[in-house]
Ligand binder design. Structure first.
Ligand code: M6R
Length: 620
């Protein structure tokens, strides 16, 4: 949700910034902009993708104005104000040559704008960010760091910002509250970015800012005339902070396409390997034992837990819903799922023995983070199931388990979903074994889990057939996804995948719910995808299939290998290998991901950058 890259160093900033911005484009892509300090502040902005900004810059580059070694850039996901060049970042103040790029929302921007107008300031955009730039300018008295600190003391809301000023051409000031920001420390250079993907090709030495941290990075000539690069970290109240510098664990290969047409396809095909990584060292199938280092100190709390609340948004919520079924069914603990956005504003009942699990790929989703804070304030044990190491949720939970599926770049979440379901299964078994599950039962399930990567490989081999089936229905504007029990959330996930990247209207629901209203939608040729694998409710799903067929609907069934019988009742069947029902969503979801991908492709959409969306939703 908006990507930021800033650079202060000994190399030309322009190409380095654009390269970094391209790596962050999945965070938002409606407009982009860059500011370079070269004697004066030079700003270029463009509506559209980073590529458009780059073309514009290339045309201007001959003039030499963009050759500086200090600069910053931004790719935007609009919140305040339409998608226009005027609203694109960087934004400038009206007096001192200060420029700001920002990810987040300044909630009290309207009151601040009124105040600043009364002081005689003028505004050119509709954005909250310009208000912040002007506020910093209003408070500027020759010290950019002090002005940023003072301005942020007046601000409500979320921000990751980078700030430069014509009057301090060797200084970069950055700050964070609620939105991520990382400072990479190289030899005579700093690269600041919203995530490690933009830093990794320059340095692996970095620290993440905590909320209310302000970092001043600067250079000055030393006694020998050589430039010396320095930084200091403080709070917005100017209290010094010692940052924790760490090695970034990210491989450049992981964030490149590696021959695939899209990141989504790459990530779908990576699932067998990412699942192996996720389970590695955590499963002892011989003894029926799960080891989760992150939860080791909380085993007793989990054994005695009276209730588990799983909270998340979007795809992560669907994984959480499967987690709920697992926990009730296998660990015999009362479990519920909650949209994080609803949970935080209700008056949730958190009694003694309540465990809240926040599920999130990015670890930065604002709603999920806020729900976590609410749960902690009310005394729950707060756990995280997160992919991005060191992310806000990971750092603010009491404990947690990482997905270990590698960076997910496609906006449509695929391998993270599988990782989330896998980790929630492991947490369930970790609890279940300590509560009432026998070692043998646990060992059986773990052995089956170990076989899942190979089974997914078999599904992936069917991608060309899944493509052909999808293309048969590509002109239909309304689809249904139906499932029962463990595969009701899978149906929701199938519908979400299809709508978010192909813009086809799709609804997911429990198969039994259809006859309570949605059945009225079914007309001749309407595609209905049924998750009809073998399980407790198989016969009931078959009845629901007949109800759709009787009304002219076309059924695509996701069925268990060997179930020849189902082919007589539906138009198309996509088979998945046999597996125990609690583990089945990890297989049944895969054909749905592939269907969504090929539907979007057939409709000519940009699969990795669907309209109106962004990868990480850091605003409420
Ligand atoms: O980073 P998170 O897992 O917290 O993100 C939650 C949702 O925003 C995310 O899953 C979203 O629904 C995806 N675009 C779905 O593909």
């Amino acid at each position: 949700m908006c990507g930021i890259v800033a650079y202060l160093g000994n190399k030309p900033a322009r190409s380095l910034l654009i390269e970094g911005l391209k790596r962050l484009e999945y965070r938002g892509y409606d407009s982009a902009g860059i500011a370079i300090m070269n004697g004066k502040l030079h700003v270029v902005r463009a509506v559209g993708r980073v590529g458009t900004l780059e073309e514009k810059l290339d045309q201007l580059a001959a003039r030499g104005e963009y050759d500086g070694t200090l600069g910053m850039c931004h790719t935007r996901w609009a919140t305040h104000g339409g998608v226009t060049e005027v609203n694109a970042h960087p934004h400038r103040d009206d007096r001192h040559g200060i420029a700001v790029v920002h990810n987040g929302i300044i909630e009290n921007y309207s009151a601040l704008k009124t105040y600043l107008k009364e002081k005689g300031h003028a505004f050119s955009s509709e954005t909250d960010t310009e208000v912040l730039a002007v506020l910093i300018g209003e408070l500027y008295e020759g010290d950019l760091e002090a002005a940023v600190q003072a301005a942020l003391r007046e601000v409500d809301g979320a921000y990751a910002i980078t700030v430069i000023c014509e009057k301090e051409p060797d200084t970069l000031v950055v700050a964070r509250k609620g939105s991520p920001l990382i400072v990479g420390i190289g030899a005579d250079e700093y690269v600041v970015a919203s995530d490690a993907a933009a830093i990794i090709s320059h340095t692996t030495h970095a620290f993440a800012l905590d909320d209310y941290n302000v970092v001043k990075l600067w250079r000055a000539a030393g006694a020998d005339g050589q430039m010396v690069y320095e930084f200091r970290t403080s709070t917005i109240h100017n209290v010094p902070v010692t940052p924790k510098i760490e090695q970034l664990e990210l491989d450049l290969e992981q964030i490149e396409l590696g021959g695939y047409q899209h990141f989504m396809l790459k990530e779908i095909f990576e699932q067998p390997q990412s699942l192996r990584n996720c389970m590695s060292g955590r499963i002892d199938a011989k003894d029926g034992k799960v080891t989760l280092g992150g939860l080791a100190n909380f085993a007793r709390d989990l054994t005695r837990a009276k209730k588990v609340i799983l909270t998340a948004q979007g795809t992560a919520l669907h994984a959480a819903m499967i987690g709920r079924y697992l926990m009730e069914d296998l660990a015999k603990v009362q479990a519920q799922t909650e949209y994080a956005s609803e949970f935080r504003y209700r008056n949730p009942i958190i009694e003694d023995g309540t465990v809240v699990i926040a599920v999130s790929q990015s670890g930065e989703t604002a709603d999920t983070l806020a729900a976590l804070h609410e749960a902690k304030d009310r005394g729950a044990l707060a756990l995280g199931v997160v992919n991005v190491v060191g992310s806000s949720i990971a750092r603010q939970t009491d404990a947690g388990v990482y997905l270990r599926v590698g960076p997910e770049i496609g906006v449509a979440s695929t391998k993270a979903f599988l990782g989330q379901v896998s980790v929630l299964t492991l947490i369930t078994l970790f609890m279940a074994r300590r509560r009432m599950m026998s070692a043998d039962h646990c060992a059986d399930l773990l052995r089956e889990m170990e076989q899942i990567p190979a089974k997914i490989e078999r599904i992936l081999e069917q991608a060309p057939r899944i493509k052909r089936v999808t293309e048969k229905y590509i002109d239909r504007e309304n689809w249904l996804f139906l499932g029962r029990g463990y595969n009701f959330p899978t149906a929701l996930e199938g519908a979400l995948k299809l709508k978010e990247i192909s813009y086809i209207h799709a609804e997911g629901m429990p198969a039994a719910e259809m006859k309570h209203g949605p059945i009225a939608l079914i007309n001749e040729g309407m595609p209905a995808v049924f998750i009809a694998n073998k399980g407790r409710q198989y016969e009931k799903v078959l009845s629901n299939i007949h109800e759709v067929r009787a009304r002219g609907g076309h059924v695509i069934a996701i069925a268990t290998e060997g179930d020849e019988h189902i082919a007589d009742h539906v138009q198309d069947v996509l088979y998945v290998p046999e597996i125990s029902e609690p583990l089945s969503p990890m297989l049944t979801v895969v054909p749905l991901q592939i269907m969504a991908y090929y539907a979007a492709l057939a409709r000519g959409h940009d699969v990795d950058k669907p309209r109106n969306l962004a990868k990480s939703v850091t605003v409420e």
